[in-house]
Design a protein around this ligand. Structure first.
Ligand SMILES: C[S@@+](CC[C@H](N)C(=O)[O-])C[C@H]1O[C@@H](n2cnc3c(N)ncnc32)[C@H](O)[C@@H]1O
Length: 311
């Protein structure tokens, strides 16, 4: 099975992470191991990389592909949101940098039976860690209509959320919705033909929304950023590549909050809080990929990179 995944914005990620020999790094999203390989190469001969993935299949493949780095490469099965505990259990309390390259990998999208894709028929699963938690089918067959609507609207920014939820709820009273293509048909039926977007499959937003909900992607991002920043040693760097506005908003807000000094109410003439900024923002605007990259790798098109340095 081919787990290759062209790393997005490889040069920019390395430039901001600035790995060096002797450093200890975290790749929160190992996936195909593309970024991990670059970090290990750049931190030779003795940098160490702890790499997380919720997906056991991705970990197993990366373990083989990066075996040449020996003990410098340390894969861990788990959510990057739990990195503080998982690293603490290994005696590690400080790191020199972390990278999060969010979302699903090309391999996960291309493996039909994982249920991430609306292009082929498969069980409606969508779990990154397919050994744990509720599937997309569990959600669509059990959530109240209002909650389904909220998920589609908030996580998919889907304007037809309410109609899609209504169609799903009506359909599931006859037979549970258990496959990707049945869901695609329901979504297509719910969105009036004239409202289909020219360059976007009608089920794109619904699939994105369910995937985010199934994997608690935004909650994980919140917790992962907090943990990563807390673990950084002074001068250590945090780099995040996000792929849609919901993720990017969380990253931007978190970095801004952490870069703030005084947090006193505006009315106070003098600072009484003594609060100090934790990080400096290295990217005033999100960094976007070069056109040459987006021409070769369509996945890179929506990528935005932001970085901070611990003070
Ligand atoms: C976009 S891919 C990463 C690709 C990787 N940077 C590369 O160059 O090959 C994202 C990977 O991170 C994993 N992932 C996403 N969110 C995660 C989380 N909260 N904790 C751990 N792994 C996560 C997914 O399972 C997927 O394998």
């Amino acid at each position: 099975m081919d787990f290759r995944h062209a790393p997005v914005m490889p040069e920019e990620a390395l430039q901001f992470l600035a790995p060096r020999s002797g450093g200890v790094y975290v790749d929160g999203t190992l996936g195909g191991g593309g970024h991990s390989r670059l970090i290990l190469e750049a931190s030779a001969p003795d940098g160490v990389l702890y790499a997380f993935d919720r997906d056991r299949a991705a970990l197993a493949a990366a373990r083989e592909r990066l075996a040449g780095f020996g003990d410098r490469f340390r894969p861990i099965h788990g959510n990057f949101a739990d990195m503080a505990g998982l690293l603490g259990a290994r005696g590690l309390t400080g790191i020199d940098g972390f990278l999060l390259d969010l979302g699903v990998s090309s391999h996960q999208l291309d493996t039909a039976d994982r249920g991430f894709s609306f292009q082929s028929d498969a069980p409606l699963d969508m779990r990154m860690d397919n050994g744990a938690g509720l599937t997309a089918a569990d959600l669509v067959n059990s959530l109240p209509e209002g909650e389904l609507t909220r998920i589609l609207r908030e996580y998919g920014e889907e304007r037809w959320a309410q109609r899609i939820a209504r169609f799903i709820v009506r359909a599931r009273t006859e037979t549970p919705v258990t496959t990707t293509l049945r869901l695609v048909d329901l979504v297509k039926g719910a969105i009036p033909r004239g409202a289909w977007e020219e360059r976007l499959h009608p089920a794109t937003r619904t699939f994105q929304a369910l995937r985010i909900a199934v994997n608690d992607e935004l909650g994980s991002l919140d917790r992962g950023l907090a943990a990563g920043i807390r673990l950084l040693k002074p001068g250590g760097r945090g780099v995040v590549i996000s792929f849609h506005s919901l993720e990017d908003r969380i990253v931007k807000q978190c970095f801004r909050d952490r870069a703030r000094g005084c947090i006193c109410p505006k009315e106070l003439p003098l600072c009484a809080c003594g609060h100090l900024p934790e990080v400096s923002i290295l990217t005033t605007r999100p960094v976007r990929p070069e056109e040459t990259e987006t021409a070769e790798n369509p996945r890179a098109r929506s990528a935005r990179l932001r970085a901070v340095e611990k003070r």
